[in-house]
Design a protein around this ligand. Structure first.
Ligand SMILES: C[S@@+](CC[C@H](N)C(=O)[O-])C[C@H]1O[C@@H](n2cnc3c(N)ncnc32)[C@H](O)[C@@H]1O
Length: 241
C-alpha cells in the first residue's frame, strides 16, 4: 500500500519524530541559510511599527521565527502559533522563556481545518510550512489565510524551493537527495524523516501553486526568489473590502 505523504496525520508523525533534532539539524544541514531566510521573511512583513498587533505564526514548529519577529516588532502583543505536531509544540514550549512566553499562544491544530475567527489577525507569518501541502491543500491554506486576516493586514511566507535553472542546482540536489540522507542514517540512528523534507521540497517545485492559490483566494501577492531560486518569499496583504 502506498502511503499518502500529504495526509496531515502522517505529516504530524514525521515532525513528531524530527522534533528533538529539528532545530539543530535544519540550521546545520542548510549551513545556516534557514536563519537568513527567516530574517528575510520577517523583513518582508509590512506591519506598521508601534502597533500592539495580534497575529498568527502558521505551521510554527519550534518557533524559530519568534526571536526575529519580536526583535523587529517589539510591540507585538500576541502570536498565536499553530502547528499540527504535538512534539514540535512541546519543543517550542520547552524553549520559551522570560517575557516572550506570555506573548505566545499555542494551538495544536490542522491549519487546513482550524476555526480561528474570521478577520482576527493583524498579520500572518509562515516559515517553511508550505512544502508539506499539495496543490489542493495550497488552495485551502490560501482560503484560510484570507479568512483569518483582517482587511489590509499583511502576511509574509517563505519556503525552500527547487531552484530549476540554477547552475548550482545539480550540486544542490546531490546534497539534498544523497548526502543529507546518508548523514541522517549515520548520525540519527537510521531515521528517515528528515529525508522526507528533501522529497517534499522536490515535489513543491518552484512553489507556483501557492502563489496561484493566494491570488485566487483574493490576496495581493509579491514573489521574491532568493539564493538562486532555492527559496521563495511571498509577501502581501488582504486587500481592504
Ligand atoms: C519544516 S517545519 C517548519 C517549522 C518552523 N516554522 C520553522 O521555521 O522552522 C513545518 C511545520 O509545519 C507543521 N505542519 C505541517 N502540516 C501542518 C498542518 N496541516 N497544520 C499545522 N501545522 C502543520 C509541521 O508539524 C512542522 O512543524
Amino acid at each position: 500500500m502506498t502511503r499518502d505523504i500529504y495526509d496531515p496525520t502522517y505529516i504530524a508523525g514525521v515532525f513528531d519524530r524530527c522534533s528533538a533534532n529539528y532545530r539543530v539539524w535544519s540550521a546545520v544541514a542548510s549551513f545556516g541559510l534557514v536563519r537568513r531566510w527567516r530574517r528575510h521573511c520577517v523583513a518582508g512583513l509590512d506591519l506598521p511599527q508601534g502597533l500592539p498587533a495580534r497575529g498568527v505564526d502558521l505551521m510554527a514548529g519550534t518557533g524559530e521565527v519568534w526571536p526575529h519577529l519580536l526583535a523587529r516588532f517589539p510591540e507585538i502583543a500576541q502570536i498565536t502559533a499553530i502547528d499540527i505536531s504535538p512534539a514540535m509544540h512541546a519543543e517550542a514550549v520547552a524553549r520559551l522563556h522570560g517575557p516572550r512566553a506570555r506573548r505566545i499562544t499555542h494551538l495544536c491544530a490542522n491549519m487546513l481545518e482550524t476555526d480561528l475567527p474570521d478577520t482576527s489577525a493583524d498579520f500572518a507569518i509562515s516559515t517553511f510550512g508550505l512544502k508539506t501541502f499539495d496543490a489542493a491543500q495550497h488552495r485551502i491554506f490560501a482560503t484560510q489565510l484570507h479568512r483569518i486576516l483582517k482587511p489590509g493586514a499583511p502576511f509574509s511566507l517563505i519556503e525552500a524551493t527547487d531552484p530549476l535553472g540554477w547552475r548550482l542546482r545539480p550540486l544542490y540536489r546531490l546534497y539534498l537527495d544523497r548526502v543529507l540522507p546518508l548523514v541522517e542514517r549515520m548520525f540519527l540512528r537510521g531515521a528517515q524523516d528528515f529525508m522526507m523534507l528533501g522529497a517534499y521540497t522536490k515535489n513543491f517545485g518552484t512553489g507556483d501553486s501557492v502563489t496561484r492559490a493566494l491570488r485566487i483566494a483574493g490576496l495581493s501577492v509579491t514573489e521574491t526568489r532568493l539564493t538562486g531560486g532555492s527559496a521563495l518569499l511571498l509577501t502581501g496583504h488582504r486587500p481592504r473590502d
